[in-house]
Write a protein that binds this ligand. Structure first.
Ligand SMILES: [Zn+2]
Length: 187
């Protein structure tokens, strides 16, 4: 048992940060797009969304979801790319949407000043998986450590954008995120 405990401690000490394990656009099969850099980089906020669509339980299904959402945002909404900077599904791996430093299309008041991060699924009454929640919190921290968020950045949700009228990211997920460090209800 002691041996296993030591192994577990070593594994946790050397566990990859979510920033080292991002599923890239090339890996999930993104379309080629033209993206705009944020005027001010790094941004001062991190904004949480849900897709209000299907969840995904495997990497293959999350890859498909990314392509589906990108097609919807580009073909139906007429946007330049998938609206979010990053997304995360049930397995807990972070997906690169527009990526770091790119002007988003996820909340009018936040697009120029926050990374938009979506959880796949409808989270009005059901929370995302523990892996998705904890990896998102770690992702916020490692993004800040890498200079992709300001040192004093805020964390908030789509419904806290004064320019949006939306229930996103769902009551269950909103209640969870509102307990996180740096949460700001009026950023
Ligand atoms: Zn949203």
């Amino acid at each position: 048992m002691k041996f296993l405990l030591v192994l577990a401690l070593i594994a946790s000490a050397y566990a990859q940060s979510p920033c080292d394990n991002i599923r890239t656009r090339a890996q999930w099969g993104s379309r080629a797009t033209s993206l705009t850099w944020m005027a001010t980089r790094p941004p001062s906020g991190f904004a949480v969304h849900h897709t209000a669509g299907a969840r995904c339980s495997t990497q293959a299904l999350c890859d498909t979801q990314m392509r589906n959402i990108q097609n919807f945002h580009m073909n139906t909404n007429g946007w330049a790319d998938i609206g979010y900077n990053f997304c995360i599904g049930d397995p807990g791996q972070v997906y690169e949407g527009r990526g770091y430093g790119r002007h988003g299309a996820h909340a009018p008041g936040f697009n120029a000043r926050a990374l938009g991060h979506c959880f796949f699924g409808e989270h009005t009454s059901v929370l995302p998986t523990a892996a998705a929640l904890s990896n998102t919190q770690s992702f916020i921290d490692c993004s800040r450590a890498r200079g992709e968020l300001t040192s004093t950045h805020w964390v908030s949700t789509h419904r806290n954008d004064r320019q949006s009228a939306t229930a996103c990211p769902g009551n269950a997920l909103f209640n969870q995120v509102s307990t996180w460090p740096r949460f700001n209800s009026n950023p």
